[in-house]
Structure formats: structure tokens, C-alpha cells
Design a protein around this ligand. Structure first.
Ligand code: NAD
Ligand code: DAU
Length: 354
């Protein structure tokens, strides 16, 4: 079946989500010899519209399945003989992890374990050209003070149920590498933004609220810092790490792009006023300071020098350029927003903000 050495059966989980959809598109278009299997449970965050443009590509296959279902996952590995896994499927939103932590353990920890168990059973100790790539977050490192950066050797100190679940899954991946010799690579990335992001995360939530003239709910004093990276730059880093990363290594990925929330929000308001032909300052009047997020991490900032030196990766999109592209995408895709904010989103919004 695989006569061409360049042929691979690659399992990408979470490919209907925000980052996963950009990774899937990049791989399907760039590697026609790879058979790309997108496994996704299509939770509230998964949306096949995100990858509509590639759904008929001959090297693309969609599988609706839940990674918490160990039996089904094993059967799928046996059937399709995946050579490699790029694992993105997760519960990804910190606020949801605060109100409902258990599903974060089920999906992020048990789900990851199920995938590794299935990989070990299928690969039977033959690890040549095999890799289990776990996509993780900088939140595992906890919070920084005014100075300093997260490096690959920073100790783990997760503060939210979400980050604790991602930290646990990172530890399990490493433990499977040590104990069972599972070939793996992990990357820990900073905050992504761009098209197709579910409007529960800061940037798309605020874009949508500005369009609808709704309050912009800023947690606490807004003086929390995040390091923002355009999603396609993350997808390119994933491509490089998958192909060239060292076995049993971790890589930090970040934008060298720190912003205090309130400054970012003001910049976004300025861009939206121009794009919507509103008076300067109109959107800023929507800013509303609300009760802080419990356990809110003060500052994240990534030292991405290892991936830069070893693999030659660096962000290619400037923040202003990326924000413009993102805003344009949301303004050009009202039907996408309408579809995702109807139904259960309304319940979530009421519970979180009203
Ligand atoms: P997302 O919430 O947009 O998408 C998650 C995807 O996983 C969805 O398609 C969903 O249907 C699927 N999924 C959820 N539970 C599943 C299950 N039990 N079985 C199968 N599929 C399931 O998430 P995202 O923002 O695209 O994040 C993707 C990955 O990247 C996550 O692992 C996240 O921790 C990590 N990450 C995200 C960011 C960020 O800024 N968004 C930054 C660093 C790392
Ligand atoms: O750092 C990487 C992480 O970034 C990823 O692992 C997570 O999956 C992703 O959700 C993101 O986590 P954050 O909690 O940093 O992202 P969020 O967009 O939820 O919040 C960004 C900042 O904005 C944070 O300081 C909280 C603040 N915020 C967020 C929301 C949703 C507000 O002030 N108001 C809001 O309504």
C-alpha cells in the first residue's frame, strides 16, 4: 500500500477546530503524498465549515470520533495504520475549565492516553519513522512576573484546570517516551489568533461584540499580558517540528509579541472603528471592566530561540497585519459567526457574562 517512501498515514486530531483547521489545510495542500486523517468529535468548538475548501481533496479523510472512546480509537489505528499523530484535539478554553473542569481531564488527559495506547499497540515496538506529536500550551508554566521568559526548562506550575490538564498530558507523553520508548515531540505555544477562532476567546469575542455594539467584558484591570501569534505561523512551526524536530524534545513557540490586554483591546477598537466606518473612539466606549477571572495568570511570554536556532522558524506576520487579516475575515464571514453563536453559545454567554 505504501510503495512511495514519502507516503504516510497521518492522524491529525482536532482538525475541525481553530488551529487544527489551519494545520490540516497546510498539510493537505503541501503534502499530496500524505494521507491526512482528521479525527474530530465535532464538539461546540469543532466546525467542518472551517475546512470546507479541502473536504474533497483526494488525500483528505474525515473521521468523526471521540478520543475518550478508547475502543474506537484502537480500532481506527488498526484499520488505518497511522504512522504518525499530530494531536490537537482538546478542550481549550480556560473559562470553561473553571466552570466545568471534569471534561478537561477526560478529553485532555484520558483522551491523550487513549491515543498513545493505540499507537503503542499498533506500532508494536517498530518506531521507525513514527512520531507522536503533542500540541500544548505555554500555560503549563504558570505565570511570569514583570520580567523573564518561559524557556523549555521552566518548571511546570499550571494555575487553571485547563492548564493543569495540559500539563498532565505533557507529563504523560514524556512518561510514555521514557517508559515505553514512544517517539514523541511536544510544543508549547503562546496565544494564537486569526480566522476561524471560536468567539469565546478574547480577540474574536471582542470583534463580534464590537460588530454587535455589545459590552466588551475586560477581566480585572485589563493589565494582564499575553504573547500573541498569528495562527498560520503556529501551523508552520508545527510543520517544521513534525518533520525536523528531535525525538523526545520540546519546543516553545511564541510571537515575540507581548501585549497588555487593555492596549490590545484599544488597538482592536481603533481598527474596528475604521473598518466599520464609525467615529474614532466609538468602540472604546463599549469597554466594561468586570470581575476578574479566578486564578488569572498575570503574564505569559515565550522564549522561542530554540526553535529559531534549531529549525530556523520565526513568526512571519506582524501583529498589526495579522489583526487586520483577522478582522477582515470576521467581517467577510457573517454567516460563519451567525452559525456558531446561535444555540448553545447563547447559554454559555449568559452564564459567563450576564
Ligand atoms: P479549539 O477548541 O478551537 O478546537 C478543539 C478541537 O478539538 C475541536 O475541533 C473539537 O471538536 C475537538 N475536540 C474536542 N474534544 C474532543 C474529543 N473528546 N475528541 C475528539 N475531538 C475533540 O482549540 P484550538 O484553540 O484550536 O487548540 C488546539 C490545540 O492547541 C489544543 O490542544 C490547545 O490546548 C492547543 N493550544 C491552543 C492555543 C490557542 O491560543 N488557541 C495556544 C497553544 C496551544
Ligand atoms: O497561552 C496559550 C493559551 O491561550 C491557550 O493554551 C488556550 O487554549 C487559549 O484559550 C489562550 O488562553 P487565554 O486564557 O490566555 O486566552 P483568552 O482569549 O481566554 O484570554 C486572553 C486574555 O484576555 C486573558 O488575560 C483573559 C482576558 N479576557 C478574556 C476573555 C475571554 C478578558 O479580559 N475578557 C474576556 O472576556
Amino acid at each position: 500500500m505504501k510503495d512511495n517512501p514519502l507516503e504516510k498515514n497521518i492522524l491529525i486530531t482536532g482538525g475541525a477546530g481553530f488551529i487544527g483547521s489551519h494545520v490540516i489545510r497546510l498539510f493537505v495542500n503541501k503534502y499530496p503524498n500524505y494521507r491526512i486523517f482528521n479525527l474530530d468529535a465535532l464538539t461546540y468548538a469543532g466546525n467542518l465549515e472551517n475546512i470546507k475548501d479541502i473536504e474533497n481533496a483526494p488525500n483528505y479523510h474525515f473521521i468523526k470520533a471521540n478520543i475518550t472512546d478508547a475502543k474506537t480509537i484502537k480500532a481506527l489505528f488498526q484499520k488505518h495504520q497511522f504512522d504518525s499523530v499530530i494531536h490537537l484535539a482538546a478542550e481549550s478554553h480556560v473559562d470553561r475549565s473553571i466552570s466545568n473542569p471534569k471534561i478537561f481531564v477526560d478529553t485532555n488527559v484520558t483522551g491523550t492516553l487513549n491515543l498513545m495506547e493505540a499507537a503503542l499497540e499498533t506500532w508494536q515496538g517498530n518506531f521507525k519513522n513514527k512520531i507522536f506529536y503533542h500540541i500544548s500550551t505555554d500555560e503549563v508554566y504558570g505565570t511570569l512576573g514583570e520580567t523573564g521568559l518561559f524557556t523549555e526548562t521552566t518548571s511546570y506550575a499550571p494555575n487553571s484546570p485547563y492548564s493543569a490538564s495540559k500539563a498532565a498530558s505533557d507529563h504523560f507523553v514524556r512518561a510514555y517516551g521514557e517508559t515505553y520508548n514512544l517517539p514523541y515531540v511536544i510544543s508549547n505555544c503562546s496565544n494564537n489568533y486569526g480566522p476561524n477562532q471560536f468567539p469565546e476567546k478574547l480577540i474574536p469575542l471582542f470583534i463580534n461584540n464590537i460588530i454587535e455594539n455589545k459590552a466588551l467584558p475586560v477581566y480585572g484591570d485589563g493589565k494582564y499580558t499575553r504573547d500573541w501569534l498569528y495562527v498560520l505561523d503556529h501551523a508552520k512551526a508545527i510543520d517544521l517540528i513534525f518533520h525536523k524536530g528531535n525525538n523526545k524534545s520540546t519546543y516553545n513557540v511564541g510571537g515575540f509579541n507581548e501585549w497588555q490586554n487593555i492596549d490590545l483591546i484599544k488597538l482592536l477598537c481603533e481598527i474596528m472603528d475604521k473598518k466599520l466606518d464609525r467615529n474614532e473612539g466609538d468602540s472604546e466606549t463599549l469597554i466594561t471592566f468586570i470581575k476578574d477571572r479566578p486564578g488569572h495568570d498575570k503574564r505569559y511570554a515565550i522564549d522561542a530561540s530554540k526553535i529559531n536556532k534549531e529549525l530556523g522558524w520565526e513568526p512571519s506576520v506582524t501583529f498589526k497585519e495579522g489583526l487586520m487579516k483577522t478582522v477582515d475575515w470576521y467581517l467577510q464571514n457573517p454567516a460563519w459567526i451567525e452559525a456558531v453563536v446561535s444555540g448553545s453559545y447563547q447559554e454559555y454567554y449568559k452564564m459567563q457574562y450576564l
